[in-house]
Design a protein around this ligand. Structure first.
Ligand SMILES: [Cu+2]
Length: 304
């Protein structure tokens, strides 16, 4: 019982932390992470199309090679053929690759355009790369914070090594989010594999990308441009929540509104000399002909 209790509590915390959907790299994962955005869904299906085309070409070429090796081996054909041209075959091996390239190019350009053109966005986030952490701004909501890696010795059960940060980038689901990336020092890259997003953050330049997360959960990414000794220690965590929860988070993070200015009589008095010591020099330098104005005994009424 003594041994099972800590194990059960560890299991409980782990299940709690992963009760939420999470997209992160798994050991020995051979395919993409589960697509979380329309962009990644399209990348996934384009990749699957390419696998079929490339697989077909590979099988065809290998079969042709094996056929030629066996059929035209030296023992069976001691005298090699002397011809060097065949018009029909040349036409075929020119046109077929052109058709294949067109079949690949059409969806490829469509996808590039879809990824590149930021649709009308409902939320803008600015991500600035630093050596070695990210800082974020929500300019319209007046929210900003830094996001640092959680060191190994401070990880809680269920948290992932080298991927967890102290502050998550919180976004609402089913919302077009525009991400503007830049850098404060060297080139970094803001990347989330399951979003199909990877955008260089370059000092002195603003790059933009976008995503629209379909499912609530945690999504993990990393800086993807070699940026110095701690390049591998500046992860990115995006937490997708419902729009209502997002509003709560913004309300919690946003600075309180400044107090409204109130015109009080005290605010007006400093322009009037209050002590006789201060008033004396002014009276001494004033020309003899002018009539010195008496210091008001009561504060002036504010003008309406
Ligand atoms: Cu970096």
């Amino acid at each position: 019982m003594k041994k099972t209790l800590p194990f059960l509590s560890f299991l409980g915390v782990t299940l709690l932390s992963f009760g939420l959907f999470a997209d992160y790299p798994r050991p020995w994962e051979m395919t993409f992470q589960e697509p979380a955005t329309p962009v990644m869904e399209k990348i996934h299906s384009f990749h699957n199309l390419l696998i079929w085309i490339e697989g077909g070409i590979a099988i065809f070429v290998i079969s042709l090679l094996l056929y030629v090796i066996f059929k035209f081996r030296a023992s069976k054909n001691p005298v090699p053929a002397k011809f060097s041209h065949n018009t029909l075959i040349e036409i075929i091996w020119t046109t077929v690759p052109v058709i294949i390239l067109i079949v690949i190019a059409i969806p490829s350009f469509k996808l590039l355009y879809f990824m590149d053109v930021v649709p009308k966005s409902e939320l803008t986030i600015k991500a600035t790369g630093h050596q070695w952490y990210w800082s974020y701004e929500y300019p319209d909501q007046k929210v900003s914070f830094d996001s640092f890696l959680i060191e190994d010795d401070k990880l809680k059960p269920g948290q992932m090594r080298l991927l967890e940060t102290d502050n998550h980038v919180v976004v609402p689901v089913n919302t077009n989010v525009r991400v503007i990336t830049t850098s404060a020092d060297v080139i970094h890259s803001w990347a989330i594999p399951s979003f199909g997003v990877k955008r260089d953050s370059v000092p002195g330049r603003l790059n933009e990308t976008w995503f629209n997360v379909k499912k609530e959960g945690l999504y993990y990414g990393q800086c993807s441009e070699l940026c110095g000794t701690k390049h591998g220690f500046m992860p990115i965590v995006v937490e997708a929540v419902s729009p209502a929860k997002f509003q709560q988070w913004i309300a919690m993070k946003a600075p309180p509104p400044p107090p409204a200015p109130v015109a009080t009589p005290a605010a007006v008095t400093p322009s009037v000399p209050t002590s006789p010591v201060e008033a004396k020099p002014a009276a001494a330098t004033a020309p003899q002909t002018t009539v010195p104005t008496p210091a008001p005994s009561s504060p002036q009424e504010p003008k309406k």
